[in-house]
Design a protein around this ligand. Structure first.
Ligand SMILES: NC(=O)c1ccc[n+]([C@@H]2O[C@H](COP(=O)([O-])OP(=O)(O)OC[C@H]3O[C@@H](n4cnc5c(N)ncnc54)[C@H](OP(=O)(O)O)[C@@H]3O)[C@@H](O)[C@H]2O)c1
Length: 256
């Protein structure tokens, strides 16, 4: 039987796609986390409907409003999470919320670059920054040495198309805003990893594969179920050596 991944997990952008499936599989696991903080922009409205239905069936899912580019919203979410945790820390933060952009050299403009960077780079950084005290608390209270998702971790949902090393070899759409934003997000992950290692917090980037979601489209070869099974297995296996790693859903290392 798979061991519990973590006592408490927070997922951003969990109302659809990868985030929703992550929450679904966490809740259905044999040893589910005590607290699953499923966050999204529209927690009470129509965009959060599938998540509201899921939460209604699992008392350990707490639905929380969190717009990752809105600082008051992030701070409100920190407060709500803190209240639920009743003095405990937060073990695992999964920065999943993101936006795609297909803009090419011909169609790209400054606004598209900036909005993509706001969600894919600034968002995860601000969310990590605001939840840091709760993550530090979990790391301190764990009573274990070494790094793991069950102690304290920040996992950033990245993409292989953000790899600078693979870029010249991968014949895919240029997608300037998206690819540049994921490369920048990867640097944020590395900086966090270097800075937070000594505080007992593991930071890593994960590429989910090309997955059938609104962003991935129907053309994608992989189901969201299969990708998330892989990701949860990988997350459960992470230790010290995964500090600052860039891994795919099967645990393979990717070049930066
Ligand atoms: N699908 C793939 O093939 C693939 C491949 C590589 C990496 N990824 C990465 O995996 C992550 C999830 O992708 P996905 O395929 O599930 O995409 P998706 O189906 O388009 O879903 C994106 C999610 O992010 C949320 N979001 C966007 N901006 C937000 C904000 N400011 N605050 C809070 N939530 C926000 C969306 O919420 P709303 O419903 O409110 O818009 C939605 O829940 C992304 O980081 C993406 O870059 C995906």
């Amino acid at each position: 039987m798979m061991a519990m991944l973590a006592q408490s997990v927070l997922v951003t952008g969990s109302n659809r796609g990868i985030g929703l499936e992550l929450v679904r599989q966490l809740a259905a696991s044999p040893q589910p986390p005590q607290h699953i903080f499923a966050t999204c922009r529209d927690a009470t409205g129509p965009r959060g409907k599938a998540l509201q239905e899921l939460a209604a069936r699992h008392p350990n899912i707490k639905l929380i409003q969190l717009d990752t580019v809105d600082l008051p919203s992030i701070r409100g979410a920190v407060q709500a999470v803190e209240t639920h945790l009743e003095g405990q820390g937060l073990n695992l933060l999964i920065n999943n919320a993101g936006v795609g952009s297909q803009a090419t050299l011909q169609s790209v403009d400054a606004q598209e670059m900036l909005t993509t960077f706001a969600v894919n780079v600034v968002g995860p950084l601000q969310v990590a920054k605001e939840f840091l005290p709760l993550l530090e608390k979990a790391a301190k209270d764990a009573g274990t040495e070494g790094l793991s998702c069950s102690r304290a971790a920040i996992i950033n949902m990245s993409s292989k198309v953000g790899s600078i090393g693979l870029c010249l070899g991968v014949l895919e759409a240029p997608m300037y805003p998206y690819r540049a934003s994921k490369a920048a997000q990867n640097m944020v992950t590395r900086c966090l990893a270097a800075e937070l290692r000594d505080k007992g917090i593991l930071c890593a980037a994960i590429h989910p594969g090309w997955v059938k979601t609104d962003m991935g489209t129907e053309q994608a070869p992989m189901t969201v179920e299969r990708s998330m099974q892989g990701i949860l297995e990988v997350l459960g296996s992470l230790s010290q050596e995964a500090c600052g790693a860039f891994l795919d859903w099967e645990g393979n290392c990717l070049p930066w």
